[in-house]
Design a protein around this ligand. Structure first.
Ligand code: NDP
Length: 452
């Protein structure tokens, strides 16, 4: 049977765009892609990119204070949110255009509309057009999830954070994950009085306990009011703002309430279940190691599959799919040892196993150093950096690396290479330090702080 295209991709985010480009440009496939929102997806339009630019913006008050300590005669000024927001929007438009350019350059036909799956080999566009495809790739990403509490409609999600009409004076962030903790830091840095409620005992569940504690202590020392073991019972509109009635018996008033309580896959209404594509408990598209669904012509990559919800992972999954199906190079993406960074202040970079997870597998040695880095020490700040290696006592392999401090995201990217190659503690020790840096601690820690 002749199909209109070889591949139809639903979703123009990181995973979908990579798969479309590789299939078309390197696999010689005829490819079409539909995106109902802006091209670039969560990462570019309402996630990683604008978030990180906001992190940069939020860093300046500290940098200005440090500059004064270094002898510069500079004064902190007011932050102009409207001006920043306009510049941010311009940058996102530039990136969106770049994504479009990439697709056009690869010869991908773009449809700026919603598409749903009609059968195993056909999609229906919102315009009414029907397009047949040999393969269909679902790359529709995810969206913020807000629990169903009274007054939930008074809260915003990360989607709205980049378009706020004005910065609030007092903000409540609900949640303890990546997004909540990052936005707590951003808001605080931009001068907003910031409170964070997290239902569990310590924010950043799943990360190394010592690293979580280090980040949490530093955030609180900076002035963010973190309340663990606290959740919102209901939100109420008041003449002056939004009242949050909490499980700890308090009622506090805020101007903005941000819910960052996880994300859910965008799989509803695509027509998948009717075709026999299996959806999981949270609506995730269930796929095998090849990102293939129960319907052989339909694959899915990225957040809609709820495996590891990170942009570079979606890109690798999309690339592996295109290599396998269109380039004749069967490729599985290995989800082990994925490094990531949380852009809190201080930043947390992590790869491999936490101390707790490693200890559960067998005897370990833990090497850790906390110290005040020279740059901020000179400026009179108390900030401490944490460098930590978790080592398997028997094989000597470094199982995990956890860094808290300025540039942790940059450092962990490099640490991920030897750890991915199976480097031992002795390989780290053999490496000559680069001095004076923070990262040199990774190769100069001689004695374990804990064993067993
Ligand atoms: P996470 O899953 O990381 O965190 C969700 C948080 O919300 C957790 O603290 C969770 O608590 C809490 N929570 C969940 N449900 C409820 C509820 N009903 N009531 C109260 N609290 C609740 O999700 P995020 O939204 O922060 O981020 C989504 C994903 O996006 C991340 O997992 C990550 O993969 C990705 N991301 C990556 C970033 C990066 O690489 N820097 C940045 C931002 C996002 P509990 O711990 O108790 O379950």
């Amino acid at each position: 049977m002749a199909f209109d295209v070889d591949l139809f991709v639903i979703g123009g985010g990181s995973g979908g765009v990579r798969a479309a480009r590789i299939a078309a440009a390197e696999g010689g496939a005829r490819v079409a892609l539909a995106e109902e929102s802006r091209m670039g997806g969560t990462c570019v339009i309402r996630g990683c990119v604008p978030k990180k630019l906001m992190v940069f913006a939020s860093d300046f008050p500290t940098q200005i204070a440090d500059a004064r300590a270094y002898g510069w005669d500079v004064q902190p000024g007011a932050f102009d949110w409207t001006r920043f927001r306009a510049a941010l929007e311009a940058e996102l438009s530039r990136l969106e255009a770049a994504y479009r350019g990439t697709l056009a350059g690869a010869g991908v036909q773009v449809h700026d509309t919603r598409a749903t799956v009609e059968d195993a080999h056909a999609v229906r566009l919102a315009t009414g057009e029907r397009i047949t495809a040999k393969h269909i790739l679902i790359a529709t990403g995810g969206r913020p999830f807000v629990p169903d509490i009274p007054g939930a409609d008074l809260a915003v999600t990360s989607n709205e954070m980049f378009h706020l009409p004005a910065l609030p004076r007092r903000a409540l962030v609900v949640g303890g994950g990546y997004i909540a903790s990052e936005f707590a830091g951003i808001l605080h840095g931009l001068g907003v009085q910031t409170t964070q409620y997290y239902r569990g005992a310590q924010i950043l569940r799943g990360f190394d306990d010592e690293a979580r504690g280090h980040v949490s202590n530093a955030m609180q020392a900076a002035g963010i009011a973190i309340h663990c073991g606290t959740d919102v019972l209901r939100l109420e509109r008041t003449p002056g703002g939004i009242r949050a009635v909490a499980t700890d018996g308090t009622e506090r008033e805020f101007d903005l309430v941000l819910y960052a309580t996880g994300r859910r896959p965008n799989s509803a209404g695509l027509g998948l279940e009717a075709l026999g594509v299996e959806l999981g408990r949270h609506g995730e598209v269930v796929v095998d190691d090849w990102s293939q669904t129960a319907v052989p012509s339909i694959h899915a990559v990225g957040d809609v599959t709820n495996r590891v919800n990170l942009t570079p992972v979606a890109i690798r999954e999309g690339h592996a799919f295109a290599d396998t199906v269109f380039r004749g190079v069967p490729t599985k993406f290995d989800h082990c040892l994925i490094a990531s960074a949380v852009f809190t202040r201080p930043e947390l970079g992590t790869v491999g196993l936490s101390e707790e997870a490693a200890r559960a597998l067998g005897p370990i040695e833990v090497y850790a150093a906390t110290f005040r880095p020279m740059q901020t020490l000179f400026a009179g700040r108390q900030d401490r950096v944490l460098m930590k290696l978790v080592v398997d006592a028997a094989s000597r392999k470094v199982l995990g690396c956890h860094i808290v401090g300025p540039g942790a995201g940059e450092m962990i990217q490099l640490a991920a290479i030897p750890i991915g190659m199976g480097a031992t503690k002795e390989d780290f020790d053999r490496t000559v330090a680069v001095h004076p840096t923070m990262a040199e601690e990774l190769v100069t820690m001689r004695k374990p702080v804990r064993t067993g």
